[in-house]
Every structure is written in C-alpha cells, then in structure tokens.
Design a protein. Structure first.
Length: 272
C-alpha cells in the first residue's frame, strides 16, 4: 500500500513539472513569435505597421516680376524718359572735339568702298591726306550732332510703344532698338541736311573731292561716293550707340535713375 502511495506521488510530481515546463515553452514562443500555442488560429503580430503620410512635392517656380500697379502708359513714359536722357547725354559727349574721332565705339572710318583709296594714297606717300579725310568726316559728325537732340526728342515723344511691358523686361538696350526700328528713316531724312552743312563747314567736302580726284588721276579710275549719306548714317548710329549705353546703365544701376518715373518703372524690372 505504501508503495502505491509513493508511486502516485512521484507521478503527480512528474506531471506537475512537465506542465510547468510546457507553460514556460508557451510563454517563450508567444514572446518571441507572437504565436499563442493555446489559440494558434489567431496569432498576434508582434510588429506594428506604421503608415507614413507623404505630401506630394509641388515644384516651385520663380516668382514673376512684380510690376505692381504700373500701367502701360507709365512704363512707356519711363522708357521714353530713359531714351531722352540717353540722347541728351550722348549728344553732349559726341558734340565735343574728338567726341567721335577719339571714341573707338563710334569713330567714323573710311567708307568701305573708298578704302582702296586709303591703301593707294599711303603707298604713294599721301597717308597724311587720307588721315585728314577721315578726321574731317568725324569733325563733320561732331558739328552736326548738336542738331540731333531735338530731332531725336521729337521722334521719342511721338513714338507709340505698343508693347511697353515686354520692352521693359527684355534686353539691356531693347528700348533703344525699338526706337531705332521705328524712327531710323525719319531721323535720316531730318538729319541729312544738317550733316551736309557740317561737311561744308569743316571743309570735309573739299578735302574729299581733292582726295578722290588724286586717286582717280593716279589709277585711271572714276570713283565716286555720297559722303553726305554715309556720314549721316554713321552719325545717327553713333547717337544710338550712346543711347543704348545709357539705357543699359539705367536698367542695371539704380543710382542712374535720377527721376521718380525712372525709379518706379526700372525698379520694377530689377527682379527679371
């Protein structure tokens, strides 16, 4: 009887130990894998899914130039103001002695069709005569250009700028180019008589007649040219070059905007 009791006690102890061991295994599996061995059909996930909300990135574009409340009329006035200042300053500089002759940007050279005269005369030891001819072309331009200001100013004030905003936001000399395109013909017609008078005043016409005559005598050729047309065109181009420089300065240098309309209009284009 006692034997039976001891056997039963040993068996119970063994069963109890196994049960404890099984509980430890279940707990370890559940902790490591999330699987509940007592209820395997409903495993628990040990991982947490994180949802990230992604906001689409909208490409940014440069802000447009802020012209504020500027009207086309105001912009046009600002452009005309810049052109008028360019003419005034340009004419003042070009009308000085050597204003054309010693300014390489606008200096009037020997007409292309007469450059063979220059070469021939220099080969004959008459280079000084050729140099004098070129110098007097520039002297005629320096004399005539004093008459250019009112002619240019009239062309500027009467000009209708059809797309002032685009001109304002365009290249450094866009207004000057527009003026030249719109007024070149009328400027030439108005300015040519002034140049003709200056050619006679400085003696350029006489020197050139002598120069061409000598060339024709030595070469047996008959060269002619219209100096009046040539000098008129070159003088006008010289003025436009000075106006373009002034416009570029006003666009890029705030200190050169000396009036309220220039400050207002060209200040708006600084961010272009």
């Amino acid at each position: 009887m006692r034997k039976n009791i001891l056997f039963a006690a040993a068996l119970l102890f063994s069963i109890s130990s196994q049960a404890q061991l099984l509980d430890i295994i279940k707990s370890t599996v559940k902790t490591k894998t999330g699987v509940d061995l007592d209820n395997p059909s409903k495993p628990k996930s040990s991982t947490t899914t994180t949802t990230t909300n992604t906001t689409p990135i909208t490409p940014t574009t440069a802000s447009p130039v802020n012209l504020g409340n500027l009207t086309s009329t105001q912009i046009s006035s600002g452009l005309k103001e810049a052109l008028s200042l360019g003419v005034t300053d340009g004419v003042k500089k070009l009308a000085l002695t050597d204003g054309f002759f010693k300014n390489e940007a606008v200096k009037i050279l020997m007409p292309e069709k007469l450059r063979k005269i220059d070469t021939t005369l220099r080969s004959l030891g008459m280079g000084s005569l050729a140099d004098e001819g070129v110098k007097l072309l520039n002297r005629a331009a320096e004399d005539a250009v004093t008459e250019a200001a009112p002619i240019f100013t009239k062309a500027i004030t009467s000009m209708t700028i059809t797309d002032a905003k685009n001109i304002l936001l365009s290249s450094d000399n866009a207004a000057t180019n527009y003026l030249q395109t719109k007024t070149q013909s009328q400027l030439f017609t108005a300015f040519q008589p002034k140049v003709k008078a200056s050619l006679g005043k400085v003696g350029a016409d006489t020197v050139w007649k002598n120069l061409i005559s000598k060339y024709n005598t030595f070469t047996g050729q008959s060269v002619t040219t219209d100096l009046n047309e040539y000098v008129t065109t070159e003088t006008i181009n010289g003025v436009f070059k000075m106006v373009a420089d002034k416009e570029s300065g006003i666009r890029n240098t705030p200190a050169m905007r000396t009036t309220s309309i220039l400050q207002k209009v060209f200040g708006a284009q600084d961010g272009k």
